[in-house]
Design a protein around this ligand. Structure first.
Ligand code: PMV
Length: 324
């Protein structure tokens, strides 16, 4: 029996602008997805017969990546993430499945997190018709603070490059790691609106808006600049600066039409107890994130305003095999 864990992620800066080549900064969060696999006499998932077509991430990893031909597997999944909320739950599922199967088939070989990030990205791309940025899978595999961009970003450590053939042509990303200072008294609190975050629809909406109003590219460029200054503040441990950058980033995201009344409601509810707050991920629902020194107070405010809170430290560990 093998159990693996992979964390979810929170985008601190740069969602949507990253689609136009600007950098994005994401941190892994404490909650994630745990997958347990054990050899059995029949294939099952959560105690039910395993139907590969209904679980494209898992079946791609088993059949296409590992070309697994061993005994049938009993697969159990425990998720601590809201799904379709922009927290990278499918990336965390893919990575923990990849890690567990790696350990089952090659117990002597240590888990290589870059290979795992590539496995996860391949599973996401396969399940999303060839369109997936490596942000979620890289952050979940590596843990910590990850910067994804078209070009290498100064002041970060380059980890690997990633290329994907999409229906729109070849796309490339540089995946870097930013060092996080000791952040003893700082937390993020995610607030789920309860509404699914439709990434494809939101990305298409931004592209249509820019076609109609080309001056909106100023907002995209501004998000790129805010991301760089937010990252600089984060590396220096200047959390007030990070919070201000989050607020400015949210204003620009609002300008490009990806906020919604439920996100605005949760953000207003936490403002008095936050260093900064913004939507995180694709928007149109999904989650907002608050940076704070008072996580329980912020979580209460989110609940009172009708959201579901999740408290986390910034950038805890990446994917790993759990001791039995
Ligand atoms: O899928 P989410 O909610 O993690 O957000 C994706 C971030 C976007 O920039 C909106 C899309 C992308 O591919 O980077």
């Amino acid at each position: 029996m093998v159990t693996a864990f992979a964390p979810g992620k929170c985008i601190l800066f740069g969602e949507h602008a990253v689609v136009y080549g600007q950098p994005a900064v994401a941190v892994s969060i404490d909650a994630g997805v745990e997958v347990t696999i054990s050899e059995s006499n029949k294939w099952s998932l959560e105690g039910m017969p395993f139907e590969p077509s209904r679980h494209p991430h898992i079946s791609h990893i088993i059949n296409d990546i590992f070309q697994y031909s061993g005994s049938p597997l009993e697969i159990d999944v425990k998720s601590g993430l809201f799904s379709a909320a922009g927290l990278g739950s499918s990336a965390a599922l893919s990575n923990s499945m990849g890690a567990a199967l790696h350990h089952l088939t090659k117990p002597e070989e240590p888990l290589d997190l870059i290979s795992l990030a590539r496995i996860g990205h391949s599973a996401e791309a396969n399940a999303q018709k060839g369109r997936a940025s490596p942000t979620d899978t890289a952050t979940s595999a590596l843990g910590g603070c990850v910067v994804v961009s078209g070009e290498r970003v100064e002041g970060t450590e380059h980890i690997f490059d990633s290329t994907l053939e999409t229906p729109e042509g070849s796309r490339s990303w540089s995946i870097c790691r930013a060092a996080l200072p000791e952040l003893e008294d700082i937390w993020i609190v995610l607030g789920f609106t309860g509404i699914g975050s439709p990434t494809g629809k939101m990305v298409a909406g931004v592209s249509e808006l820019i076609e109609r109003e080309p001056q909106r590219m100023d907002d995209i460029r501004a998000i790129g600049e805010i991301t760089s200054s937010g990252l600089e503040s984060l590396s220096e441990g200047n959390m007030e600066g990070v919070g201000l950058a989050m607020n400015s980033c949210h204003e620009r995201l609002r300008n490009i039409g990806v906020s919604c009344p439920e996100i605005e409601g949760l953000i207003s509810a936490v403002q008095n107890h936050s260093l900064g707050a913004k939507l995180t991920g694709a928007g149109g629902g999904g989650c907002m994130v608050s940076l704070t020194r008072h996580p329980r107070r912020v979580a209460e405010c989110i609940e009172i305003a009708g959201g579901k809170p999740l408290i986390s430290k910034l950038g805890s560990g990446g994917a790993r095999i759990l001791p039995q």
